[in-house]
Write a protein that binds this ligand. Structure first.
Ligand code: IMP
Length: 194
């Protein structure tokens, strides 16, 4: 079975291919020679993931999936959410994004937050959704150098290391992204069963 992954990020494509069952082959947008931006204009992660998958499905008529991920902070009414990558501006600078969050949360006692990843799959015209969530807290300062994005300020529930302090293998095991990918992988593996 061939599936298009509607992303321009080659790192994500490789990561997902490694986790999917044998018999599923992922095509990147490069593989299908599509180099334009994919629209991402919705106000929710679910809406964006579906918009991206549906755009490619309608254009190429092939089964396809897309993801969207964000950090949702309760005291900021769910921000940065769909704006996570560009919270502090078009440069998509992770340090500036974290600084903006820390400034907005100054003096705020409620530090609860979560990373959420939504994968939208359109397979033979059928729509499916797979979610992954990690609950946690936003610290008052950055800790750790691994990972990316908001990892240094995010302390996952049940751990005493931030996402940027813990070994990458541990983060990848518990992360919102791996939860959603594993659900997608299970679904596809079941579909492949005779
Ligand atoms: P994307 O939808 O996977 O491109 O994620 C959007 C943005 O959310 C990224 O640019 C990061 O700022 C943030 N983000 C997503 N996943 C993570 C993570 O695992 N750690 C830290 N930040 C993340």
């Amino acid at each position: 079975m061939e599936l298009i992954f509607a992303t321009h990020n080659p790192h994500k494509t490789r990561e997902i291919q490694a986790l999917l069952p044998d018999g599923i082959s992922i095509l990147s947008l490069k593989d299908i020679d599509f180099h334009e931006d994919i629209p991402e204009n919705q106000s929710t992660l679910e809406g964006n993931a579906f918009e991206k998958a549906n755009f490619i499905y309608e254009k190429f008529g092939m089964s396809c999936f897309a993801d969207d991920t964000g950090l949702e902070i309760d005291a900021l009414k769910g921000e940065p959410g769909v704006f996570s990558a560009r919270y502090a501006g078009k440069k998509k600078d992770p340090q500036a994004n974290m600084d903006k969050v820390l400034k907005k949360l100054e003096g705020e006692a409620d530090r609860t937050a979560r990373f959420r990843c939504v994968i939208s799959l359109i397979i033979d015209g059928e729509k499916k959704r797979f979610d992954g969530v990690v609950n946690g807290q936003i610290l008052k300062e950055k800790r750790g150098t691994q990972g990316f994005g908001y990892d240094p300020i995010f302390l996952p529930e049940g751990y005493d290391q931030t996402f940027a302090e813990m070994p990458l293998e541990l983060k990848n095991k518990i992360s919102h992204r791996s939860q959603a990918i594993n659900k997608l992988a299970d679904y596809l593996a079941n579909r492949l069963k005779p």
